[in-house]
Design a protein around this ligand. Sequence first.
Ligand code: ZN
Ligand code: ZN
Length: 409
Amino acid sequence: MQAKFEEYAKLLVEVGVNIQKGQNLVISCPVDCAWFARLCAKAAYAAGCREVIMNWGDELLGREKYLHAADDVFDSVPEWRVRFSTDYARGGAAFLHIAGSDPEILKGVDQDRLVRSARSSGEAMKEYRQLQMSNAVPWSIGAIPVPSWAKKVFPGVSEEEAVNKLWDAIFTSVRVSGDGTAVQRWKEHLDTLQIRIDKLNDLRLESLHYTNSLGTDLTIRLPEDHIWGGGDGTSKAGIHFIANMPTEEIFTAPLKNGIDGVVYSAMPLVLSGDLVDKFHFVIKEGKIVEVHAEVGEAKLKAETTLDEGASYFGEVALVPYDSPIRNQELLFYNTLFDENAACHLAFGEAYSECIKGGADMSKEELKAHGLNDSITHVDFMVGTADLSITGKTHDGREVPIFVNGNFAL
Ligand code: ZN
Ligand code: ZN
């Protein structure tokens, strides 16, 4: 196990954020997982990192705050909090987020407090978010088991066994076997993704048409100058990094007003601790006009109305049904894994890198190119074993992109 922990820490630091000599590294980590943050810090210093700066979190304290803090706490973010992230980002630091949380930690918390908190932090952290969304700084998210999360994924076994099983599932997902070959495996994986990305970009598709037996029948038009991306990103300083580990997806942005039809969720979604399940959206000219969910409908409605852009879409992502994550037949209750198990869409903000020259465009220019803007971005799964996606080119040619849940390209 120790060899795997060290290989994983090295992978996150050297391939995930790809730390450079003399660069600062900000690590966010649950305080209960300090031992793993220390492994990452060690790996970072070994690679020449200037300083590791810690941003500790504790979700149990977070829950206490939502339950008992004064009501006005949720309407603003203190300046020092904003500057912590923004200043380090402006200075070119890399950001490693080690995520591990109880998917139901915020259950029973006042919805209004959560919405106000999301809104004020979205507003306050705008600059940092924009630096992150435009890949100005290298950043990466990796996951670590905490007992509450492990017990949710593996109910019915002891806490210790659940944590070990979740570690194994994470290692399988991120291609870590403890033999020191993870970096090489990631190279091969990224090459496979790149071949498909190139094919999709060569097609210059006008639209995609999704259908499956759940009832999904959705047409998604793409911006003229859209770009498919995935695998690794490149920061403004030219550093390759991988924003999400694992990552299996190839994605682009939809045309804000160009989506019509019905789309059904293929997997449950966890929204700040609340489970939303068996839901579908009716979409007209890009806007979600109907929200139906058998579980968590109010929560989903609140999320899609956080701001104007929350009821429009920001991402179209392709993931083969036959993937190392979905093949484990697990529901991780964590978007980082579950989104890499299946094709997904996201409502909310689009990534500016999804159109040509987008990283250097202003909000207004991005809007003019048809990209959605919002303080939120929520991925939900739509991929099933029988999903088919047909692409249409500008000259009216139809191209099978997905057949029976997997790439046809
Ligand atoms: Zn995605
Ligand atoms: Zn997304």
